[in-house]
Design a protein around this ligand. Structure first.
Ligand code: G3P
Length: 227
């Protein structure tokens, strides 16, 4: 399952883009508002950090059909190729998704809470649908099960629409959606760290270093091979 970073924090984007195999960055109005300041400069800097080949997902803030179309085109003109426009799963959103997808724009239908919303978004031509896993789990609904339903529906229909699962509070949720056939997950910084870190990995590495140093001192294989 592909992984995207769900933040607009520049330090985090620089770190994860350097160290983790991420495919891009997703934002939304809440994520951008956390950083504040000049939002266009922020988006331009995110694009500069990840480069033009990785995905950058930016959500519309307009709510009327004509304005959404105008805003979506302006976002892509500003941020270049591999920019996906996030549009919420509403009636107006579906209409805008159909229009923009027909014109070749990559649309991520977001705030998806049900498999029927995902099905309609796919029928409207969305490149991605973004089901909110943790927001469902938080209200005793089945976030992972909803992703599984969407995966099954998409497999049956043979649609090109991909699942971009979002809203994760635990690493286990990320694992669970991967197991049920999710294509891509967008993960915030805190959970991203939890996908990798493990205390036994740390103690194992410390053990290797201690054993090596005891036997060979402060040399390394590189130093020995470079002689
Ligand atoms: O990008 C949208 C989604 O990830 C929202 O996450 O944590 O606000 O539920 P959250």
């Amino acid at each position: 399952m592909r992984i995207i970073l769900d933040t607009a924090n520049l330090a985090d984007i620089r770190y994860f883009n350097t160290h983790f195999p991420i495919e891009g960055v997703t934002t939304n109005p809440t994520i951008l508002s956390k950083e504040g300041g000049d939002v266009l400069a922020l988006l331009r800097e995110i694009r500069a950090i990840i480069g033009e080949e990785k995905e950058l997902h930016v959500q519309v803030t307009e709510t009327e059909y004509e304005k959404i179309i105008e805003e979506a085109k302006a976002i892509v003109a500003f941020l270049g190729k591999n920019t996906f426009v996030k549009i919420p799963a509403t009636d107006v959103g579906l209409r805008a998704t159909k229009t923009l997808s027909d014109e070749g724009y990559g649309i991520t239908v977001t705030a998806v809470l049900t498999a029927t919303q995902a099905m309609l978004a796919s029928n409207a031509g969305a490149a991605y649908v973004a089901p909110y896993v943790s927001r469902l789990e938080n209200i005793c609904a089945d976030g992972v099960g909803t992703v599984a339903e969407i995966a099954e529906i998409f497999a049956t229909s043979g649609t090109d629409t991909q699942i971009l699962a979002a809203s994760f509070k635990t690493a286990k949720e990320v694992l669970d959606v991967a197991v049920v056939g999710c294509h891509t997950a967008t993960v915030g910084s805190e959970v991203m760290h939890k996908l990798l870190s493990h205390p036994t990995t740390d103690t194992s590495i410390a053990g290797f270093a201690a054993d090596w140093n005891k036997a060979f001192g402060d040399t390394t294989l590189l130093k020995l091979l470079s002689k």
